[in-house]
Design a protein around this ligand. Structure first.
Ligand code: ZN
Length: 602
């Protein structure tokens, strides 16, 4: 989309929202606003409201709302560019799409890189399927029991055992040096004269193309054929304009449908596990690219499913690896169950040996993660010993600290406390201590960065003020809001509002801002647009902001003080923590609410 923001703002200014909506159905004046029966939900009394001053619509019944663009998109079922074009046409504004050339060049480079990846995938694949140099790759497939249809379906390939096989092929295909370098399929080396040359990144490896979710090849993962060569088992393409590490879930382009239908994802470690399960008919599977789940991957997964089933190796090392995924998954409110593989088996070998039904039984009977975890910890530790009990409680608290969803958190806290025979309130305190030490530096005396849970109405009030009042907005933007908000969950929208270059008194600029939001953010914002503003917004903003600062400081103080109580601190650490406590108390003192500050003055 290359329509410049100034043009969008101009189009918003030229289309009065009351006139636009009024041209679709009649609006009735009600005080400062206009009302109608909502076209987006069934109702008998009108809650659909249009504000000529704010140039916004909002339905107090179903919650939809937003800019004039949002209305046209939702009412006419068109996308954003089309809504912009329609409204531009209505107002007679020509749209000059700028930077087309620049966009074009970018697009062109991307297209070329995609083509190189598609061609490379084909070449690797043909090496594996029919060329003589691919014999060792084919032996490996045979050993792993991978049929050639499966190799075709996943476009598996083979990178020859050579330093220049790929380079020579790519040169021969007419790909230039910059393109080949940009693909990441080669590496640069410099000789002692400073001349550089490149060589194949993937050598003597089974190649798994990594697809994006529309099925284009964007990178590769290469697996060694024999494990004892000392080389890394898997290597992946580096980051390129096409490929962001930690963003891709292997197999998603094929498994999306099944994930949505099952509302549950079976998570396995390797590409071969995933392929074996998929080909056996178990298709709601993902693999996080050989590493632990990242925040981003967990968020992507949450769009498709509410639950994941982790396939745990029966050995400890495998479990440790899987446990590293827990934080990201729990933070995204995914329910987790755990399927432990029988000793010596992985999903690939198990489904081959025992078949689909047995594997599905294992998945169906997989226990809830926390049940599994409590069971495991309490069978290996002697809970009659206070020390062991404390250790188990600490371990569990540190994992549980990732869960933000309050109902789930409360439920698990009670379950664990009952099982360990400790008071739920005590255990909850332990969990909260862990939540507060999670963010920030790992050493015990470093700067404390603490997530501060705040009632959402405080954040909402600050959003309202930052959107609607020039003075409040100016005040807030002068504060260290970026740093402060990074400590507080669920403040992305407030950050967007403060970040944006918007003018609270100009409805067109507010309309432009709303086009940068998601539909649900836009409906929230449109609600704020119609709310009453306090009489003295700047003062209110100052008060709420100081309150928020105090909450952050109090939380940091709590953490520092509790660290000070922990055993085995060195003298240096104690001194540093005491300094920190004094400093935080001083800062808190300076931020006292005005009235009490004055009352204490002599
Ligand atoms: Zn409605």
């Amino acid at each position: 989309m290359a329509i410049p923001p100034e043009t969008i703002e101009q189009i918003a200014a030229a289309n009065d929202i009351v006139e636009v909506i009024g041209s679709y159905f009649p609006l009735k004046r009600a005080g400062a606003n206009f009302k109608a029966l909502c076209p987006f939900h069934q109702e008998k009394t009108p809650s659909f409201t249009v504000s000529p001053q704010r140039q916004t619509f909002h339905c107090f019944g179903c919650g939809v709302g937003g800019s004039v663009f949002r209305f046209v998109m939702d009412y006419e079922h068109v996308d954003f560019p089309e809504a912009v074009h329609k409204l531009a046409g209505r107002a007679g504004i020509p749209i000059v799409e700028q930077r087309r050339e620049e966009k074009g060049r970018e697009h062109e480079a991307r297209r070329a890189l995609l083509k190189l990846h598609a061609d490379a995938a084909e070449w690797f694949h043909e090496n594996l399927i029919k060329r003589e140099l691919g014999a060792s790759g084919r032996d490996y497939l045979k050993k792993r029991g991978i049929k050639s249809e499966v190799a075709k379906a996943w476009k598996l390939g083979y990178a020859p055992d050579s330093w220049s096989g790929f380079c020579e092929w790519a040169n021969g295909q007419g790909y230039g040096r910059p393109q080949i370098l940009a693909s990441g399929l080669v590496k640069l080396r410099e000789d002692q004269h400073g001349d550089s040359d490149f060589y194949d990144r993937f050598r003597n490896r089974l190649m798994f193309p990594i697809f994006n979710d529309v099925g284009e090849v964007i990178a590769f993962s290469g697996r060694v054929l024999n494990g004892d060569s000392g080389a890394a088992k898997y290597i992946n393409s580096p980051e390129t304009p096409l490929f962001r590490k930690g963003h891709v879930l292997f197999g998603l382009h094929k498994t999306k449908r099944a994930l949505i239908e099952a509302n549950s994802a079976i998570v396995c470690e390797g590409q071969l596990d995933l392929i074996a399960l998929f080909e056996a008919g178990i298709q709601n599977v993902v693999a996080p690219q050989g590493t632990a789940f990242t925040e981003y991957q967990a968020r992507v997964l949450k769009r498709f499913v509410d639950e994941v089933v982790l396939c745990f190796d029966s050995d400890l090392a495998g479990q440790k690896a899987t446990e590293r995924s827990l934080a990201a998954l729990l933070q995204n409110d995914l329910l987790i169950r755990v399927a432990v593989m029988p000793p010596g088996e992985d999903p690939d070998s198990l489904v081959r040996k025992s078949g689909r039904q047995k594997f599905e039984e294992l998945i169906t009977s997989a226990p809830d993660f926390f049940d599994f975890w409590i069971e495991k910890k309490t069978t290996t530790a002697d809970l009659r010993s206070m020390g062991a009990k404390m250790q188990v409680a600490r371990d569990l608290a540190s994992t549980l600290a990732n869960v933000r969803e309050p109902i789930m958190r409360g439920e698990v806290i009670h379950k664990i406390a009952a099982r360990l025979g400790i008071r739920a309130a005590d255990f909850e305190r332990l969990v909260n201590e862990n939540s507060s030490t999670r963010v920030g530096s790992p050493d015990s005396t470093g700067d404390v960065s603490v997530p501060v849970p705040l009632p959402s109405h405080e954040i909402a009030m600050l959003c309202l003020l930052a959107l609607r009042s020039e003075e409040a907005r100016a005040f807030l933007r002068e504060q260290n809001w970026r740093e402060a908000l990074s400590n507080i969950p669920d403040t992305e929208l407030l950050a967007k509002i403060l970040e944006a270059n918007l003018d609270p008194s100009d409805p067109a600029s507010l309309n432009l801002f709303q086009t940068t939001l998601t539909p649900s953010e836009e409906s929230v914002v449109s609600g704020w647009m119609l709310q009453k503003l306090p009489a003295n917004p700047a003062e209110v903003a100052r008060e709420w902001w100081n309150g928020l600062q105090r909450a952050i400081l109090r939380r940091q103080l709590e953490v520092a003080e509790s660290r000070l109580r922990s055993p085995n601190l060195s003298t240096g650490e104690i001194v540093q923590l005491q300094k920190q406590v004094l400093d935080l108390r001083g800062q808190l003192h300076d931020l006292r609410p005005f009235s009490s500050a004055r009352a204490r003055e002599p």
